[in-house]
Design a protein around this ligand. Structure first.
Ligand code: SAH
Length: 528
């Protein structure tokens, strides 16, 4: 009879974090082999089994014993904490098997059962520190030369990996963690968040949130995993969080905003990527390839020169226009805009008749001042309210201008569930297409007409519904304020006004009528 070897990772230590498959394996095996302390952790699951427990340093004899018993036809479970393939018993078992000329088709049956490794269990207790490219480094130099470990810390530090340090310190090995900190401080700020987790999901669990500079002031031992953040990791509510990307955008209303969760990364947001960059961009691909070659040649200094500590600048974005009604840029304004955008910024004209300026900078206030000096009206970008007005026939039909300006003053820039555009047109021609905006306001014969819920794009695009005519001028601004307040309070995230209107059927007493056009595709004339 062929014997069987289950190599079982039982996770951090609590029974709830042991997988179903690992439990089955323990149940089905007739002999369990492992380190003494681990046996205590899974005691409840191995009652009545033959148990072979040995000391910490006797891993090789444990692996040999396991193979021997399996070869004798028994079903043996070898247990490792966390995942058996991460500094665990899995590799060692295969080494012993390979030495004996084991072959899969007629040798003992082997199954490796994955478990939750310390990097994952500890990360979950700290918040979300891993999230992005990360690596594990064991500081134990029992089996790995220290100079190789140093090179790995150097490389991971320089390449901005989130790092989980396993086996950081023991009774005798006390220098390694001090050295690791020294090396990492060459590449990362002393304020970099660091999490220390001892005995995750076990009785004596301890979680400490600290920084790269202060981490050595706390207890670090055999049962601790040290997680070091990358240059973008931040602390929030005592949670260590690594954002999904690096480039942060911010606009007038929010100091700094991470990429919104649904916002996909675009090439321009990831200048560090190896895709072919813009002309003149650093040849990152070449640097990467060269670095790999150099690693073979043991030259870690190269990495430090090629990847100097580089802070990714945030992008400040803002919408600029000559005024609420004014549509004309002066030559002076255009040259100011061009100077502010410079080589690294960009100026984009959007379908909403907005000019969006994007500049990488850490000093948004300076940009704001320059734009205001040039006489621009500036507005935040994103899911905010914007007011677009016609030019009131170059100011000839000026009666409605004060109302457009009031709306702009009171509402422009406020954060909403989704972008919202208010269009104000100064006469019944409505040539700036207010009726195609989320909220359309048209001035006619001294009073206002109101349109709600246009769907400006898509095959089922439609104008807003005319919901009221002849609104008295002094009523229009407070009415719009109430509509916006209701939308802000009750709409789902990302729900545009037309969808909201369709769902709730009534906004401030204005009833929804279904005007969505149904589309029928005509048979193609030529038959294909
Ligand atoms: N196979 C294990 C790692 C074994 S090496 C795994 O995948 O998790 C031993 C190191 O793992 C310890 O020094 C510690 O750094 C880490 N470790 C294992 N279990 C842990 C736990 N419950 N809490 C914190 N760290 C743990």
């Amino acid at each position: 009879m062929r014997g069987k070897l289950w190599i079982v990772g039982f996770g951090p230590g609590s029974e709830k974090h042991i997988t179903e498959r690992a439990k089955e394996a323990l149940q089905e095996s007739d002999c369990v082999i492992g380190y003494k302390t681990y046996m205590e952790l899974v005691a409840g699951l191995i009652e009545g089994k033959e148990v072979i427990s040995t000391g910490m340093s006797e891993e090789v004899s444990r692996a040999q014993a396991a193979v021997k018993y399996a070869e004798a036809g028994r079903t043996v479970a070898v247990i490792s904490s966390g995942d058996a393939g991460v500094y665990g018993m899995a590799g060692l078992i295969y080494e012993v098997l390979a030495e004996k000329g084991w072959r899969e088709e007629d040798g003992v049956e082997v199954e490796i059962i994955p478990g939750i490794s310390a990097i994952n269990s500890c990360a979950s207790l700290l918040g979300a520190p891993v999230m992005h490219d990360a690596c594990t480094i064991s500081l134990s130099d029992h089996l790995t030369p220290w100079d190789l470990i140093v090179r790995r810390i150097e490389a991971a530090g320089a390449a901005d990996f989130v790092i989980a340090l396993y086996n950081p310190r023991s009774g005798k090995r006390t220098r390694q963690i001090v050295e690791a900190q020294r090396i990492l401080l060459k590449h990362r700020s002393p304020d970099t968040p660091v999490g220390l987790v001892k005995s995750a999901y076990r009785d004596r669990q301890q979680v400490v949130m600290t920084t790269l500079a202060n981490m050595l002031d706390y207890e670090i031992g055999m049962l601790t995993t040290v997680i070091i953040g990358n240059s973008a990791t931040f602390l929030y509510e005592n949670k260590m969080i690594t954002p999904r990307g690096y480039q942060r955008k911010y606009t007038l209303t929010s100091e700094k905003q991470p990429l919104r969760p649904h916002e996909r990364l675009k090439p321009e947001h990831e200048p560090w990527a190896l895709h072919k960059g813009k002309e003149g961009a650093p040849p990152l691909y070449e640097i990467g390839m060269k670095a790999l070659q150099m690693l073979d040649g043991k030259k870690t200094e190269f990495l430090q020169e090629s990847f100097p500590q580089r802070k990714v600048e945030s992008i400040f974005e803002v919408a600029v226009s000559p005024g609420v009604a004014n549509k004309k840029f002066t030559a002076k304004q255009l040259s100011a805009l061009s100077a502010i955008a410079g080589e690294t910024g960009s100026v984009e004209y959007t379908p909403h008749h907005q000019i969006i300026l994007r500049v990488p900078t850490e000093k948004p206030q300076q940009i704001t001042n320059q734009l205001e000096e040039a006489g621009f009206l500036i507005q935040p970008v994103g899911d905010v309210l914007s007011v677009k007005a016609c030019d009131f026939c170059d100011g000839e039909k000026k009666d409605a201008i004060p109302y457009a300006e009031q709306l702009h003053e009171k509402l422009a820039g406020i954060q909403l569930p989704k972008e919202l555009h208010i269009g104000v047109n100064g006469c019944g021609m409505a040539c700036y297409q207010a009726v195609n905006d989320d909220i359309g306001i048209v001035f006619r014969k001294g009073k206002f007409d109101l349109f709600l819920g246009a769907k400006p794009v898509g095959r089922t695009a439609h104008a807003g519904q005319p919901v009221a005519e002849g609104i008295e001028p002094e009523e229009i601004v407070p009415l719009i304020e109430r509509i916006v307040a209701e939308y802000k309070e009750k709409a789902h995230p990302n729900e545009r006004l037309f969808k909201f209107f369709k769902r709730v059927k009534n906004i401030q007493g204005f009833a929804y009528r279904d005007i969505t056009p149904t589309i029928q595709i005509e048979p193609a004339p030529c038959g294909d």
